[in-house]
Design a protein around this ligand. Sequence first.
Ligand SMILES: Nc1nc2c(ncn2[C@@H]2O[C@H](COP(=O)(O)OP(=O)(O)OP(=O)(O)O)[C@@H](O)[C@H]2O)c(=O)[nH]1
Ligand SMILES: [Mg+2]
Length: 197
Amino acid sequence: MFHLAKGLYSNWNRKEQYSILILGLDNAGKTTYLETLKKEYSRSFKPPEKITPTVGQNVATIPIQDCILKFWDVGGQETLRSLWAEYYAQAHGIIFVVDSTDRTRLDECRETLRTVVTDDEIDGIPVLMLANKQDREDRMEVQDIKEVFNKIAEHLGARDSRVLPISALNGQGVKESAEWLLVRLKRNKASKPPLYK
Ligand SMILES: Nc1nc2c(ncn2[C@@H]2O[C@H](COP(=O)(O)OP(=O)(O)OP(=O)(O)O)[C@@H](O)[C@H]2O)c(=O)[nH]1
Ligand SMILES: [Mg+2]
């Protein structure tokens, strides 16, 4: 009886854990975004001046509302992009970070995202595109970025997807972006169940 009660209690006490893969070209602001999220939800984080280009991976487990979100931030340099697919099997959601000031790389950005969203392994999972660096005067408007990504909308199909403006550096829109995604991860729970921790 004690064991049954204990088992029931520990199950009841467990939280849903979802894994989120943060992708995007090098210099887009992925690591800065993750560190700002850590700052918003917990105490330990790296200040922006200490962030260097990612070669391996950064992982952060952040409690948000009644769930745990496990973020995987990987390097965006071209030579590292072939490693992204190794993370697909465990991903419940994708965040794709775009540098809103880098007009010259928008085509590369779109084609990189196209390669990601057409991969069968992550078919149907929510995709959130972040138009980052909105604090900069030379930014493109989020509407312009949306138009670029509308060109791959056909590959996104019926899954949840959105483009949101943020500044990973000053925190604008960062919490809201994680909360937007959390709602969609829960909504997609039946087809991609969370882990219970
Ligand atoms: N102004 C401004 N600069 C930003 C913002 N986000 C990131 N940066 C800067 O952009 C540069 C690249 O940021 P990272 O977070 O290292 O970029 P990354 O996407 O992780 O790059 P890789 O690890 O190489 O894939 C750094 O100099 C950041 O300070 C932002 O919202 N606004
Ligand atoms: Mg990085």
